[in-house]
Write a new protein. Structure first.
Length: 565
């Protein structure tokens, strides 16, 4: 701006211009003498030069987005670490280092709580020794547990030693001796940590198979709102690795199973991998604390697990999530990993993505989603529209309003997450859903519908299966059978008391919850995906995935088109 005209004068001149109707002034700053505006992308090329020609305008420029500068802590050994950097902790530290309000219970060999990188992370309650049955969880054999504790919550930015992923409160539960630990001691430690108010329990341990006592302990902890993070195991000895199970307790559905990658984000030579591994973290030659005030490098999924626990602790310091929300957000915000084509859970844990998940800005508008973006149907056929995947990052959605583009009355209401409509005339229509949150903010999205009276041939195929517990899955492929496919409808019908999800790919690859072309993931087991643009479709890859519950399902595929002669 020039010195002889203030920002309000320029604002008034812009409002008088009919050729600047697309320019939306959203802020007038007299002190710094600038206007902030929103301009539709397609008008920027013509509007900005016009604005620059107005008397009093000195310049126009873009309102660039600035990324936070990742914090570099003053811990002298931070330069020798790579785990915090790989999980994006320095960027998350711009927001939070974590706090003593979040407690990580480490069930392990005990922890040297006098270590200079750990002594500030323990309160008056240091923990409990379930092996020797006393209140001092710091035996001479506490090397493994001390190393694990330093990874999760070694004091960060304290000018000492290494930087842990979080500055959270620690609670040491010794359940392992020099030769391992008994299931009863581990289960008792889980119960005790839960009763002490732990938010996160890390178990860098494994062995044996399913055990009902241990299952009862982790189920109780989960029911009490405790997030359980466990090492997946160091037995990568099956071929192919994608068929390999993870160790217990990581294999219990309540637990997050953690695999290990190296500094290049590649699979380590030892880590269990496959569909049962939920998430990955650095686990090869990890530098951390050991008893006596010293430091050492160890490999193992035991080292990857506490890195994820530290990431979880950072997020819980900023968000009041339920344990199920915490788990899902932790997985959903992971960095995708190719891992040589293997299905490695949801990817590499990402502290910054997790801490910033769900926004956190006051009065943030809701996010509205539709399960499908286009449909082709015949006249007088009922169509189901589903917006149940919509959410509000800082509150709740209070109303859904549906408009169908054919002159019919809108449908709206707080429970109108799913509606049906029947078109009586051919044509192309746009269906719009507008959601409103508890702050009055709105968001809108739409779906295109093409209604035709053309006669079509229909081919139906039915697949069935059974899934056993959280994160189990079945995969299928489907080859198109008509010469001119016009529509493919995939309908999943699963148990009413479970949450099964449906994912598809268009090129035959096996989709995952982190890699798919279309998906339907409502909060029940009734899912539907409709495909009517086949320009990029060759073979359909299908994944039926369990978020919670278990049981039998039926997947119906209805292909509509013209069959070959």
């Amino acid at each position: 701006m020039s010195n002889d005209r203030n920002a309000s004068d320029v604002h008034d001149k812009i409002k008088e211009r009919s050729d600047l109707e697309q320019l939306d002034i959203i802020d007038v700053n007299e002190s710094l003498s600038y206007l902030r505006s929103a301009v539709p992308q397609k008008f920027k090329g013509e509007i900005l030069p016009t604005v620059e020609g107005i008397d009093g305008v000195k310049y126009t420029e873009f309102n660039h987005v600035r990324e936070p500068i990742a914090t570099v802590p003053n811990d002298p050994r931070f330069g020798s670490q790579y785990a915090p950097q790989l999980v994006n902790a320095p960027k998350a530290w711009d927001i939070t280092f974590g706090s003593e309000d979040v407690t990580i219970a480490v069930i392990d060999t005990g922890t040297d709580y006098t270590h200079p990188d750990l002594d500030g992370q323990f309160g008056s309650q240091k923990g409990r020794d379930f092996v020797d049955n006393d209140d001092d969880p710091a035996p001479q054999s506490a090397q493994h547990g001390t190393h694990v504790s330093g990874i999760a919550a070694g004091e960060t930015n304290d000018e000492t030693g290494i930087a842990g992923v979080s500055n959270s409160r620690l609670l040491s539960c010794r359940a392992l001796g020099p030769n391992g630990g008994r299931t009863a001691d581990i289960a008792n430690a889980v119960q005790w940590a839960t009763e002490q108010g732990a938010d996160i329990i890390n178990m860098s341990l494994g062995g044996g198979g399913y055990n009902q006592t241990m299952k009862n302990a982790v189920s109780n902890a989960w029911d009490q709102g405790v997030l359980l993070i466990c090492a997946a195991g160091n037995h990568k000895d099956s071929d192919p690795p994608s068929q390999q199970d993870v160790s217990y307790p990581a294999a219990y559905e309540e637990c997050v199973a953690v695999g290990a990658v190296d500094s290049n984000k590649s699979p380590t030579e030892f880590s269990n991998y496959g569909a049962k591994v939920d998430i990955a973290a650095p686990g090869n030659d990890i530098l951390s604390s050991v008893p006596g005030g010293d430091y050492a490098q160890f490999p193992g999924t035991s080292m990857a697990s506490p890195a994820v626990a530290g990431v979880a602790a950072l997020g819980l310091d900023k968000h009041d999530w339920s344990v199920s929300q915490t788990r899902q957000n932790l997985l959903d915000t992971a960095q995708p990993l190719d891992a040589d084509g293997q299905f490695v859970g949801f990817g590499l844990a990402d502290a910054y993505n997790f801490v910033t998940a769900g926004g956190g800005t006051e009065n943030e508008p809701p996010i509205v989603t539709l399960n499908d973006d286009s449909r082709t149907v015949t006249v007088n056929k009922e169509i189901i529209f589903d917006a149940s995947g919509s959410r509000d990052p800082d509150g709740s959605i209070t109303n859904y309003r549906w408009e169908f583009g054919d002159g019919s009355e809108p449908i709206e209401g707080a429970d109108a997450t799913e509606v049906s409509h029947t078109y009586t005339s051919t044509g192309d229509y746009t269906v719009t859903v507008t959601v409103t949150d508890n702050d009055g903010a709105e968001a809108t999205t739409s779906v295109s519908v093409s209604v035709t009276d053309e006669s079509k041939d229909r081919l139906t195929e039915e697949l069935s299966g059974s899934l056993d517990g959280m994160l189990d899955y079945d995969k299928q492929t489907y080859s198109l059978k008509t010469e001119s496919p016009m529509q493919l409808i995939l309908s999943l019908d699963g148990p009413s008391d479970a949450d099964f999800d449906l994912y598809v790919s268009f090129d035959g690859r096996t989709p995952t919850p982190n890699d798919y072309d279309r998906a339907s993931y409502t909060q029940d087991s009734s899912e539907q995906i409709i495909i009517d643009d086949f320009s990029q479709v060759s073979e359909i890859g299908i994944l039926v995935y369990v978020y919670s519950g278990s049981g039998d399902y039926t997947l119906t595929l209805e292909e509509i088109g013209k069959t070959g002669s």
